[in-house]
Design a protein around this ligand. Structure first.
Ligand code: 5GP
Length: 203
């Protein structure tokens, strides 16, 4: 299969795994972009509508569900989150690799709808390190932190359903592992039909 489309990348990590920092590094490469999701959660300090998320009321979110505007959506920690089709397909056809930063339930739905996507799971070095990072972020109450820690522990059991697992202990190593994955993906036989033709042409 030869295509000039970009790759769809599902990038999941329990909250506090350093996914945001990793993404900021990855997005310095202009071949990559991120799909901005819609959510019903309140914006955190420093978050901007249309940049971090489209922040919607529950009513507006459910209207988009009814209008089939989502590639997937899920409920997570009492809020809805969803991937807008409009955010994904245009960018893929422009040749960009589009990253979906989504939780595991949504990821499994993408697995069914877009089997060609690359599934990458980011894990923390340990649960205690995860708790430490969430506290350091200082954006959530202790109650919410504990809820997210137990959610994270449950999410780790989904890692085996992904194509790749990257442990984010050291940021530079984790980012370089990500690009190694994408490099290997590019060399998959099904994307390299022309490679052998080129080799034979110069016999
Ligand atoms: P947060 O509230 O920390 O920004 O995100 C909570 C969780 O929701 C994270 O695991 C994040 O990856 C996930 N998430 C963000 N956008 C989407 C989305 O569009 N769909 C799904 N299924 N999960 C999402």
């Amino acid at each position: 299969m030869k295509t000039n489309n970009g790759r769809l990348i599902v990038f999941s990590a329990p909250s506090g795994c350093g996914k945001g920092t990793m993404l900021a590094e990855i997005l310095k490469n202009e071949d990559y972009c991120v799909s901005v999701s819609a959510t019903t959660r309140q914006p955190r300090e420093g978050e901007t509508d249309g940049v971090n998320y489209y922040f919607l009321s529950k009513g507006d979110f459910l209207q988009k569900v009814a209008d089939s505007e989502f590639l997937e959506y899920a409920e997570y920690c009492d809020n809805y989150y969803g991937t807008l089709i409009s955010e994904v397909d245009g960018k893929l056809s422009e040749g960009k690799n589009v990253i979906l930063e989504i939780e595991v339930q949504g990821a499994m739905k993408i697995r069914e709808k877009r089997p060609d996507a690359v599934f990458v799971f980011i894990a923390p070095p340990s649960i205690s390190e995860l708790r430490r990072r969430l506290r350091k972020r200082g954006t959530e109450t202790e109650e919410v932190i504990e809820k997210r820690v137990s959610q994270a522990a449950g999410e780790l059991s989904y890692a085996e359903k992904y194509d790749y697992v990257i442990v984010n202990d050291d940021l530079d190593d984790a980012v370089s592992d990500f690009f190694a994955v994408m490099r290997a993906e590019k060399l998959r036989t099904k994307y390299s039909e022309n490679t052998i033709n080129e080799v034979l042409k110069n016999a």
